[in-house]
Structure formats: structure tokens, C-alpha cells
Design a protein around this ligand. Structure first.
Ligand code: AMP
Length: 446
């Protein structure tokens, strides 16, 4: 199948060519004609499948006709980085269309957003909180909205954005085309989809299994030895770009610093960073300035970085779906990749759950020269403690990072103020309360 078959507007077809896209990806093949027909779509696909262009291309095509200078398409996304990525796709693919797109998210000055909205844009890519601020302040007019896209809906649900989404829905025309994209379909999203989509067409690309190009292994280790084991692993492994996941922002920051101290070009990506520093970390990882990026789920999910040779789960994820998403960050486009997961004894239940989902037993590995018997130093209680992330507390954290109410009447809104990862579902009840993990599985890999 070729892009010409969609009969997209010639200026859009030219941008597709310029972007170097030759063949539509499976999600594009399914979604583009359906969206062009004006149908509502339920898209089950994750980042890396080409889903952004799957909705951006038919939206641009639609907007070529009809009024200019008013908001006609709204894309709601969970994180600022994802919003930027979507906006960039609209800019690239809509280069010659003279259609204008703006991003709307918290943590940055609101005035340029107000200015852009006042000057007249057709496409708004927004995170929920700041969008609601604009709605509340009357700085955005959504009365002419024709298409709504909810991207990474499961992620927004996890981050506690559902009430915000519902509020947004109350401010946009009921008669519209709605597209909902989600990597997974938990009951909450299913319910939302049933409520907001009219006679939708479901399009789906396989995302229930990790890429076959990824080899994965578990590294049983005590909590306090994780960093030492990681350094050992990095030293003995031929790595290109390494993405490391931690459960909390604090752990991402601290591990990033430890790796830097150990001589690695490493950066951390977590919500406590300013937007500029987050972007610098991401850009540096993309262009190879940083070989290692340490991130929380929320900071990293949805970010399109190819060329990742290794994914390391410094902390095991909360759900098997999150495991599959994480390790799917490597082994892209038929490249091979490795995924290492460090596990403590309290992770046993999650390990079993993941193995059940994968339908396979994961290999346990130990490193021969590594001393697994070193006791926990007394002072390292904080890092040795099983990681926990606070429950959603968007407002207080946001207030702290706000540029200042005297300049900016809007509160901030970004992923850093949300809990990293899904709620603690599926984790053993003892994990959060255990005083010190007991390691007893080092021999499993021998
Ligand atoms: P996404 O899943 O939307 O984040 O897209 C992942 C990456 O695939 C992005 O870098 C896109 O530019 C790229 N991409 C999207 N569609 C195509 C296509 N048909 N051919 C080649 N690359 C594509």
C-alpha cells in the first residue's frame, strides 16, 4: 500500500514525501481512511507505531477546507513531551498547509500561549490542566471544534486526568469527530470510550507482546546493591544507548548523578526538572550526547527515541503491561535489543505476573565476579528502601514550580506533578511496608 492511495491533499502528500515516509504503517493503513470518512476511532496502538501521523494526516486533510483562524482540532495528551512531539508532527506534515498548531501545557509561561490562541490557530495540542485553565480564563474558544483526539488515554487515566478530561468534554461541541488512542484498554478507558465515541471503528496494532528482537533477563539482587550491579553490567556489556527506568523521580535523579560520577554520559528525565532541562536531557539522549537516560515511566513513555540498545529496569514496573511497554523501547524496527530487570525478593509476585503474561519464564542471571554478599550500609536506608511514589498531588507540587502568580495567573500542569507509573496495583502488600528486603534468590540463575 502507498500513501497516494489515501488521496490526501497534494500539499500534505508533498510533506509526507519530504518527511521520508514511503509506506504507511499498519495503524496508518487502518486509521487514515477511517478518519477521513469522518468516523470515530478507537485506536489501540502505542508510540513507535506511527500513530501520530495516523491521526495528524487525516486531520490536516480535513482542515484544508473550511474556516481558518479558529480552533478546529484539539489533541489532548498526558505529557508535555508528547504534546511537543505531536505538535512537531503537525508542523512537519502540515508544512505547506498554512495551518497553525500551538502547544498548551503547564510549567511554562502562559502568555505566548494566550498570544498564539488570540492570533488564531486551527490545531491545539494540550495537556489537560493548562487547557482547563485557558477554558476557565476564556482565553481559548473551542466552540468551533470539529475533531477531538485523546492520545495515550490509558496514560492520562493513570495520571489521574480523567476528571479533567470529563470537564474538557463539557466545554466542547457534542457534535464532533472523536479519536481515542490508547496502548492498553483497562476498564476505565473502555467505559470512557463507550461514553464519548459514537459508533467507533476499532483499529489495532499488536502491542500485547514485546518485540521478538528483544532478549530479556532478570538480575536478582538486593536493593542496596542495584547501583553496583548496574555499573558492573554496564562495564561488561557492549551498549549503545541505554534507557534505565526507576520507579520514582528521586531515584531517577540520584541514579543519574551516580552514573555521571562513575564517568558515564548520563542524564535523568523526571518531572522535577524544568521544561528546558527535560528537553535538553531528551535531545542529548537522542543525539548521543548522553549515552544513558534514567527516567520514570511517565517521563519516558510516549517518547520516541530510536536506537536504544538496552533497557534496564532498575526497579521492576508495577504491571506486566508497563513491562512490555518499557522493553518495547528497545529492539525497535527489527533491531535487536536487550532488557535487563533487577529484581529483589519482594518483586517475586510481579515477576510471576509478568511471566504469566508473557507465557514464558524469564532467564535469571548472575554476574560471576560480582560480590552479592556485601551488607547494606546503615546510612543508605533511603535508597535501600523499597521505592514508593506518592499518590496524585498535582496542585501543591505544581504551585512550587510555578513561575510566580504575579506573572502567571495559571497554575502549572505537567507530568512531573503526577505519580510516576501506575498506582501500586499488583504489587505485593508487603513491599511498601517492608523495612529491609531480604534477598534469597541469587542462586536461581546458577
Ligand atoms: P509515533 O508512533 O507516532 O510516535 O511515530 C514513531 C516514528 O515513526 C516517528 O519518528 C515518525 O516520524 C515515524 N513514522 C511515522 N509514520 C511513518 C511512516 N509511514 N514511515 C516511516 N516513518 C514513520
Amino acid at each position: 500500500m502507498e500513501f497516494q492511495e489515501f488521496n490526501l491533499h497534494p500539499v500534505i502528500a508533498a510533506s509526507i514525501k519530504e518527511a521520508g515516509y514511503v509506506t504507511p504503517t499498519p495503524i496508518q493503513q487502518q486509521a487514515i481512511p477511517t478518519v477521513m470518512q469522518g468516523r470515530d476511532v478507537m485506536g489501540l496502538a502505542q508510540t513507535g507505531t506511527g500513530k501520530t501521523a495516523a491521526f495528524a494526516l487525516p486531520i490536516l486533510h480535513r482542515l484544508m477546507e473550511g474556516p481558518r483562524g479558529r480552533v478546529r482540532a484539539l489533541i489532548v495528551a498526558p505529557t508535555r513531551e508528547l504534546a511537543e512531539q505531536i505538535h512537531e508532527a503537525f508542523v512537519t506534515l502540515g508544512k505547506q498547509t498554512r495551518l497553525k498548531s500551538v502547544t498548551v501545557y503547564g510549567g511554562v509561561n502562559v502568555n505566548p500561549q494566550i498570544h498564539a490562541l488570540r492570533t488564531g490557530v486551527e490545531i491545539v495540542v494540550a495537556c489537560p490542566g493548562r487547557l482547563l485553565d485557558h477554558i476557565g480564563q476564556g482565553t481559548i474558544d473551542l466552540s468551533g471544534l470539529e475533531v477531538l483526539v485523546l492520545d495515550e488515554a490509558d496514560q492520562m487515566f493513570d495520571m489521574g486526568f480523567l476528571p479533567d478530561i470529563r470537564r474538557i468534554l463539557g466545554h466542547i461541541p457534542a457534535k464532533r469527530q472523536t479519536l481515542l488512542f490508547s496502548a492498553t484498554m483497562p476498564p476505565g478507558i473502555n467505559k470512557l470510550a463507550q461514553e464519548i465515541l459514537t459508533n467507533p471503528v476499532t483499529v489495532q496494532v499488536g502491542n500485547t507482546a514485546p518485540p521478538v528482537t528483544v532478549s530479556h533477563a532478570l538480575y536478582p539482587v538486593e536493593q542496596h546493591l542495584k547501583t553496583a550491579l548496574l555499573l558492573e553490567l554496564l562495564q561488561h556489556t557492549d551498549t549503545d544507548s541505554v534507557l534505565i527506568f526507576t520507579r520514582t523521580k528521586h531515584r531517577a535523579k540520584r541514579l543519574g548523578e551516580q552514573l555521571e560520577k562513575a564517568g558515564y554520559k548520563a542524564a535523568s528525565l523526571q518531572g522535577n526538572l524544568s521544561q528546558n532541562r527535560r528537553q535538553a536531557a531528551l535531545d542529548g539522549f537522542r543525539d548521543g550526547t548522553y549515552q544513558i537516560l534514567v527516567a520514570t515511566d511517565i517521563a519516558a513513555r510516549g517518547i520516541d527515541v530510536s536506537q536504544i540498545s538496552h533497557v534496564v529496569n532498575y526497579d521492576i514496573p508495577d504491571t506486566p503491561e508497563a513491562y512490555i511497554h518499557r522493553i518495547g523501547r528497545t529492539g525497535r524496527a527489527a533491531k535487536s535489543g536487550d532488557a535487563f530487570t533487577m529484581v529483589c525478593s519482594e518483586d517475586a509476585i510481579m515477576v510471576r505476573t509478568i511471566e504469566k503474561k508473557l507465557g514464558a519464564t524469564l532467564e535469571r542471571r548472575t554476574i560471576d565476579d560480582f560480590d552479592y554478599t556485601i551488607p547494606a550500609p546503615k546510612k543508605d536506608a533511603e535508597f535501600a528502601r523499597p521505592p514508593r511514589e506518592p499518590r496524585p498531588t498535582r496542585k501543591p507540587a505544581a504551585a512550587k514550580r510555578s513561575p510566580g502568580p504575579s506573572i502567571n495567573p495559571f497554575k502549572t500542569d505537567h507530568p512531573g506533578t503526577k505519580p510516576a507509573g501506575r498506582p501500586q496495583q499488583g504489587r505485593p502488600a508487603a513491599a511498601g511496608g517492608a523495612t529491609k528486603p531480604v534477598f534469597n534468590s541469587s542462586r536461581r540463575g546458577k
